[in-house]
Design a protein around this ligand. Structure first.
Ligand code: NAG
Ligand code: NAG
Ligand code: NAG
Ligand code: NAG
Ligand code: NAG
Ligand code: NAG
Ligand code: NAG
Length: 371
């Protein structure tokens, strides 16, 4: 109930200035977190790299030593030695909250973002800098052993006027966790990853970047997330899991699929579709059927168990804690059917390789990553 009241107050004070990718105002008391995630796919090498960074305002009744400001680099590694299966590795760097400087239009964050205005912000710590201005993203992070930096071009947004996966749901004041996709496939202008110890430098100019953000109280008790994009501009992203509102816990999903060549621009969420999903974190498998009014989607995701990371950090009410596992080698099979009178007609089927697949909290194998 506390969470409800707090969330209502929080929304009432929100006044709008820019796109939801921009930072939100931090409340006086936690729990609250805000975290950004970008995933770059290099089409020349089929490799991919993830960058996560965020800040947790923990609940007051704790003095947990879990980090409050953290950035993680995710990268596939040791592929050749491991028979060409690439495990995902993470490198992490942390700092104190007072060493984080988040600004919107070069000023402190005093208003929450609106939907429509383009984002314009900087997230800066001693170890890293991320800026989003004038449709250009730049980042430069020092993870000690690695330096990851780049410049990314004009975003391809999820929907018009700053619409994200939640559609109207993000206007409901009591939703405990939000998900916004800023770009499905911004073009890479240039990026590089330097291994400081060996001097090895990889990089490129041929790829795309998915960019998104979560904010709210904490990650849920259990969740799934998946994202992929092909070199033919077919893309999808989905997330879902256990959403708790007070005493009530339900399972909810959000999903989007784009295939411009077939004029498919499908968005599903509670309220416009029914979902039926099974997840198996021990087998690296996930399947979902989405029943929309005009279309039905069958999606299956699978990734070799050897490609999954060890437990990665996620935002929880006491700080960043080990929360989820992820693979960048998932194979997604997505089939779209169109509803016709008394039948379904298959209109599109795609295999999207090198997709991301994440199992979090209770959805990890035997709950292996729960704080
Ligand atoms: C990348 O993947 C595509 C599709 O699977 C394949 O056709 C291509 O040869 C791969 N390129 C490299 C460099 O591995
Ligand atoms: C805070 O830290 C102190 C010393 O480490 C410990 O004794 C105490 O139990 C902690 N309090 C909470 C609420 O975790
Ligand atoms: C490497 O992969 C091949 C083909 O999948 C398989 O037959 C072989 O057993 C694997 N070797 C090791 C050491 O895992
Ligand atoms: C935070 O960043 C802004 C904009 O770059 C700068 O003007 C300000 O001095 C910085 N504040 C601190 C405490 O570093
Ligand atoms: C950013 O992209 C949007 C959408 O394509 C466009 O309307 C806007 O003019 C661009 N802004 C800048 C500063 O280039
Ligand atoms: C993918 O989209 C980009 C612009 O977003 C365009 O330049 C490119 O030609 C498209 N590629 C294909 C294969 O359609
Ligand atoms: C993809 O899924 C469709 C529908 O479930 C199925 O008919 C097809 O055989 C699958 N393709 C592959 C390569 O697994």
């Amino acid at each position: 109930m506390e969470i409800l009241i707090w969330a209502v107050c929080f929304n009432l004070v929100s006044v709008s200035v820019s796109n939801q990718f921009d930072p939100h105002v931090y409340p006086d008391v936690g729990p609250f977190f805000e975290g950004w995630y970008m995933r770059l796919i290099d089409f020349s090498t089929n490799n991919s790299y993830g960058l996560l960074f965020g800040h947790v305002l923990s609940i007051q009744s704790t003095n947990s030593s879990s980090p409050k400001v953290l950035a993680s680099l995710l990268h596939r590694n040791h592929c050749i030695e491991n028979n060409n299966t690439c495990k995902l590795y993470s490198s992490n760097v942390v700092c104190r909250s007072k060493d984080l400087n988040v600004t919107v239009r070069d000023a402190p964050v005093i208003k929450n973002p609106d939907d429509k205005s383009p984002p314009h912000f900087t997230w800066q710590t001693p170890f890293g800098l991320f800026t989003q201005t004038n449709n250009i993203t730049t980042f430069h992070f020092d993870f000690g052993k690695y330096i990851f930096r780049g410049r990314i071009g004009q975003p391809v947004s999820w929907g018009p006027d700053g619409e994200g996966p939640e559609g109207w749901i993000d206007k409901l004041p009591f939703v405990p966790l939000h998900w916004f996709v800023f770009s499905l496939r911004s073009p890479v202008i240039q990026y590089e990853l330097l291994n400081v110890q060996t001097g090895q430098l990889v990089g490129g100019t041929n790829g795309v970047v998915h960019m998104e953000k979560n904010w709210g109280n904490s990650f849920p008790k259990g969740w799934i997330w998946s994202q992929g994009v092909s070199r033919h501009n077919i893309s999808f992203a989905l997330s879902g899991g256990l959403v708790s509102l007070g005493e009530i816990t339900t399972t909810q999903y959000l999903m989007g699929y784009r295939n411009l060549a077939k004029n498919l621009n499908l968005n599903y969420r509670p309220g416009n579709a029914m979902f039926s999903a099974t997840h198996n974190g021990c087998g690296g498998l996930f399947e979902i059927k989405v029943y929309g009014l005009l279309h039905e989607i069958h999606l299956s995701a699978s990734a070799d168990l050897s490609t999954f990371s060890d437990c990665l950090y996620g935002p929880e009410i006491t700080g960043f804690r080990q929360a989820c596992i992820e693979s960048y080698d998932a194979i997604i099979n997505i089939t779209v059917f169109k509803r016709e009178f008394l039948s379904l007609k298959k209109i599109d089927t795609q295999i999207i390789k090198f997709s991301a697949l994440e199992f979090g909290g209770k959805y990890t194998c035997n709950g292996q990553c729960q704080g």
